[in-house]
Design a protein around this ligand. Structure first.
Ligand code: SAH
Length: 249
């Protein structure tokens, strides 16, 4: 198929423009059409001027991927945007999966972005400095039991745990209870809402007291639960890498 159609699946980073990559900015500027969830399109008003923009609601991922492919088949350069990184609970796998199933031959570039785990952790200090696991608490596509089993295994493995999509209170509470049950020592918990966006909130608490802040947790919140070495000092949540075992400083 000879046309100039191309697809860019672009990570926008956590919110403010400064945290977009230069490559993301380039492809957004060069795209003929930008497709995305309406809230994300608002985050990139600076590059949508004069372009065709196709917005969609939250649960319309399949529509977004389909329309992206259709427009690229017509010869357009299409940017399909996700917040953070497009591989991390974003649009990249659905788009690639759909293309492979249908045998479409259009060039696709996945443009990585700063995912919420990294964005929120930078606000907390440095809690991800050893091995960590990221888990989505959305049970729209993955059964609840599977999610809770992963939470348990991550806690047993003493991974620092990042919880995305903490939208269901019962599932969040069950997850935190499992982690508390597995851990034998006090564990710091970071809660960051709207990182790098207006009304950002950063809370450092612990596994026994996190519920005080439950009201604050919503669609744009990520939680970071420390491992057994994570500590809090001077308003920072820190997971030491182990230098202290080898050096005195
Ligand atoms: N692809 C995105 C994740 C999409 S899933 C990424 O890589 O970041 C949506 C979840 O991401 C939200 O429920 C929340 O847990 C997290 N998230 C996205 N943006 C965020 C932000 N600015 N601050 C805190 N959490 C955020």
């Amino acid at each position: 198929m000879a046309n100039n159609g191309a697809i860019f699946v672009v990570g926008l980073g956590p919110g403010s423009k400064e945290y977009r990559t230069i490559r993301a900015q380039q492809v957004l500027e060069e795209a003929d059409i930008i497709v995305g969830y309406n809230t994300y399109l608002k985050m990139i008003k600076d590059v949508t001027d004069g372009k065709e923009v196709i917005g969609a609601k939250m649960k319309e991922e399949v529509f977004r991927a389909k329309v992206t492919i259709e427009k690229a088949l017509e010869g357009k350069k299409v940017a399909l945007v996700s917040s953070g990184d497009p591989q991390v609970y974003g649009m990249a796998s659905l788009l690639l999966d759909m293309m492979i199933r249908h045998g479409y031959d259009i060039p696709v570039e996945v443009v990585p972005g700063v995912t919420a785990a990294l964005a929120v952790s930078s606000r907390l200090g440095s809690p991800l400095s050893l091995d960590y696991a990221s888990i989505s608490l959305s049970d729209l596509l993955i059964p609840r039991e599977e999610i809770l089993l992963r939470v348990r295994k991550a806690a047993e493995g003493d991974f620092t745990i990042v919880l995305y999509n903490p939208i269901s209170k019962p599932l969040l509470e069950a997850s935190m209870e499992i982690i508390r049950e597995v851990k034998k020592v006090p564990i710091p918990v970071g809660i960051v809402d709207h990182a790098f966006r207006d009304n950002e909130k950063v809370i450092i608490t612990d596994l026994d007291s996190w519920k005080k802040y439950e009201q604050l947790i919503g669609m744009v919140t990520t939680l970071v639960i420390g491992n057994s070495k994570t500590y809090v000092a001077g308003n920072k949540m820190i997971t030491p890498r182990g230098y202290e075992r080898k050096y005195s400083y």
